[in-house]
Ligand binder design. Structure first.
Ligand code: 6PG
Length: 241
C-alpha cells in the first residue's frame, strides 16, 4: 500500500469482508484486535459509512491478542484505545461480547488462565486440551524487532505448546514491560491472521521475515490464511510507490 492511510483502508476492508463471511457461515465473528498504534488509523474507518453498516456488530465477539499491564483508561491500554475509537462508536456491540485481556491483574498468570477459560467458553474448547480455540480473524501488528502480539524475540513463551494466553515481558526499551499475550498455537489455529505493518522502522524485520528467518516471532505466524498488509515504507519502498 502506498501510504499508511491506504494501508488502513485495505485493513478495514479485510476485516469487514472476514466479518461478513463468518457471520454468513457461522452466525458470528470471533475477532482478536491488535495492540499498538496502527489500529488508531483503522478503527475510525470501521466506525464510518459504508463499513459501519456492512457488519452486524451485535454478532461480533471482541478479544485482544495482547495487552499491557495498565488499567483500561491508561493511555497505553490497547483495550482503552479500542473502546474510545471503536467499541463506543459502533452500533449494537454487546457488552458481554467484549473480552478485555486482564493484563493489569496482580496475579497475571492466574488472570491469563481466567482469560483462557473465557476464550474456551466462547469457542467451546476446553483450556489445557490439545484442541485450540479457533478465531475467525486475529489482527496483529509487528514491532521493529520482529515481535508480534507481546511475543518478543528470544522469549521462552514462544515455545509454549499447551497454553493459549501467558504473561509476557517486553524489552527494557518498552514503555510498559509487563504484558499478557496469546501464544503461537492460538495465533496459528486461527482461520485467518491479518498482519498490518506500517513504517520504515519495520523494513529490516520485514526483509528478515521475507528471507525466511525463523528467529523473529512474526515469522512464526503461519495460520491457514496469513495475510501481510504493508505500507510502502515497511516494504522498503519509497512512499507512494
Ligand atoms: C502492543 C502490540 C504490538 C504492536 C507492534 C506494532 O501491544 O504493543 O500488540 O505487537 O502490534 O508493536 O506496533 P505499532 O502499530 O505501534 O507499530
Amino acid at each position: 500500500m502506498p501510504t499508511p492511510a491506504a494501508l488502513a483502508e485495505a485493513a478495514a476492508d479485510r476485516i469487514v469482508a472476514s466479518a461478513r463471511n463468518a457471520i454468513r457461515r457461522r452466525g458470528r465473528f470471533v475477532l482478536a484486535l491488535s495492540g499498538g498504534s496502527t489500529p488508531r488509523l483503522v478503527y475510525p474507518l470501521l466506525c464510518s459509512p459504508p463499513r459501519v453498516g456492512a457488519v452486524d456488530w451485535s454478532r461480533v465477539a471482541f478479544f485482544w491478542g495482547d495487552e499491557r499491564a495498565v488499567p483500561p483508561d491508561h493511555p497505553d491500554s490497547n483495550y482503552g484505545l479500542a473502546r474510545r475509537l471503536l467499541l463506543e462508536q459502533l452500533p449494537g456491540v454487546r457488552p458481554d461480547a467484549v473480552h478485555r485481556m486482564p493484563a493489569d491483574a496482580p496475579d497475571r498468570d492466574a488472570a491469563a488462565h481466567r482469560y483462557e477459560a473465557e476464550l474456551g467458553r466462547t469457542t467451546g474448547v476446553r483450556p489445557g486440551s490439545w484442541e485450540r480455540p479457533r478465531f475467525d480473524l486475529i489482527w496483529l501488528g509487528m514491532g521493529p524487532d520482529g515481535h508480534t502480539a507481546s511475543l518478543f524475540p528470544g522469549a521462552s513463551v514462544l515455545d509454549k505448546r499447551r497454553r493459549w494466553v501467558v504473561p509476557a515481558t517486553a524489552p527494557p526499551t518498552s514503555a510498559v514491560r509487563e504484558r499478557m499475550s496469546f501464544t503461537l498455537p492460538v495465533i496459528n489455529a486461527a482461520r485467518q491472521v491479518l498482519l498490518v505493518v506500517a513504517g520504515a522502522d519495520k523494513a529490516a524485520a520485514v526483509r528478515s521475515v521475507r528471507a525466511g528467518s525463523r528467529d523473529l516471532p512474526a515469522a512464526r505466524v503461519r495460520a491457514r490464511s496469513t495475510l501481510w498488509l504493508l505500507d510502502a515504507a515497511a516494504a522498503g519502498k519509497g512512499v507512494g510507490e
